[in-house]
Design a binder for this molecule. Structure first.
Ligand code: F6R
Length: 369
């Protein structure tokens, strides 16, 4: 039931705040992360030397975001691999490896096969999944469910923010078990995470209409580029994937630092480029670098749409359009920056008169390899 919304996707984007809130719910105590499902499983985390995240599509981008947080807090090396690549290259894994799978449906064949393969090789497995009792969690040693609620639209939106939330909770949980993150620091991160749902609500109420309008103006666009750095990089990939899927527009996401190594050749006058700008308050160094990337593409005629923190004056002279997101710590910005991109992709699909919930050639869960 769409509950009065024009599409399941519109409904599901509106549920992004609850997807985050409900995934946190019941997993914090006295400001610390306590994940009841992981009770008694400390051995899963204490002895591991590395983490490999396996997933496909949007879930893999959530994994890429999660890598930054888990490495920072749990001080364990994290690799992110597309599940379908992982299995076919004889990866070096064993009892000291924790393989974390991420899947909304819990039925994606590529991801399932990667998990089975990891188990056969003696690795420990943990599943982050949105569907109770699905196959992948049943094949795993441990489960952390995301509580985004059922996702009906084929392209994933609310599950993505829930997956990042679960990965952050996991990072803090593992950091506590391994003694790499102190209680005071953890409490700050928990507070920040708990503030995200309201900040997403603010984007939805302040910016949604404007972004949809903007998408309408861009209905004839044939190609869109997305740039991000650090945790903004996977968000650029996610923004591009959503646009391909929903609006059938050629879209590419790049790490902003890669520009001069090739992609800048694509920039010609009028080329729309979304740039995810890191917070000047939280990551001044990164912000400066991204602003200088904006100057470079602007000088070549790019039409820059900046996703920037409210009140960030540095981008104003360089951006043709600024989509505002509330202030957040550097690791938490992806949970906000992705929201305008989801709205934009949906808006463009609607502007082109396409079926937002059922894009051509795609299925909600890919149960073949
Ligand atoms: C993108 C999208 C897909 C899925 C991918 C994994 O919008 O929906 O890329 O993210 O097929 O699906 P799950 O998470 O069910 O394993």
């Amino acid at each position: 039931d769409k509950g009065g919304w024009s599409s399941f996707m519109a409904k599901e984007i509106s549920e992004e705040p609850e997807a985050v809130a409900n995934t946190i719910l019941g997993r914090t105590r006295d400001g610390q992360v306590v994940i009841p499902e992981l009770d008694g499983l400390d051995d899963l985390f204490a002895g591991i030397q590395r983490v490999i995240i396996v997933a496909c599509g949007t879930a893999a981008y959530a994994g890429m975001v999660g890598k930054y947080a888990i490495e920072q807090w749990a001080r364990v090396p994290v690799d992110v691999e597309l599940a379908h690549e992982f299995r076919y290259r004889d990866p070096v894994i064993g009892a000291d490896t924790l393989v974390v799978s991420i899947s909304q449906s819990g039925e994606t064949m590529d991801t399932l096969m990667a998990v089975k393969y990891a188990r056969e090789r003696g690795a420990r497995t943990l599943s982050i999944c949105n569907t109770q009792g699905a196959t992948i969690p049943r094949e795993s040693d441990a489960i952390v469910y995301t509580h985004a609620g059922p996702e009906v639209a084929v392209a994933s939106t609310k599950a993505f923010v829930a997956q990042i939330t679960a990965l952050y909770l996991l990072g803090l949980h593992v950091g506590r078990v391994r003694g790499t993150v102190g209680a005071t620091e953890a409490a700050q991160h928990v507070l920040e995470l708990e503030s995200i749902p309201d900040k997403i609500r603010r984007i939805l109420s302040n910016e949604q209409e404007r972004i949809e309008q903007f998408a309408h103006w861009m209905a004839d666009t044939r190609s869109v580029l997305f740039l991000g750095r650090h945790v903004g990089y996977p968000i650029a990939l996610e923004g591009a994937l959503k646009l391909k899927e929903l609006a059938y527009i050629h879209a590419e996401g790049f790490a902003a630092g890669e520009l001069k190594h090739g992609p800048i050749a694509l920039i010609e006058p009028g080329q729309p480029v979304f740039v995810i700008v890191p917070s000047p308050r939280e990551s001044a160094e990164l912000q400066k670098k991204v602003v200088s990337n904006i100057e470079e593409i602007r000088a070549r005629g790019a039409r820059v749409i900046a996703i920037a923190e409210e009140g960030d004056a540095a981008v104003l002279p360089y951006a043709d359009e600024v989509l505002h997101i509330p202030l957040a710590g550097p690791l938490f910005e992806p949970l906000l920056a992705v929201v305008p991109l989801h709205i934009f992709a949906m808006g463009l699909s609607m502007a082109k008169g396409l079926d937002v919930d059922q894009p051509r050639n795609l299925a909600k869960s890919v149960t073949v390899e």
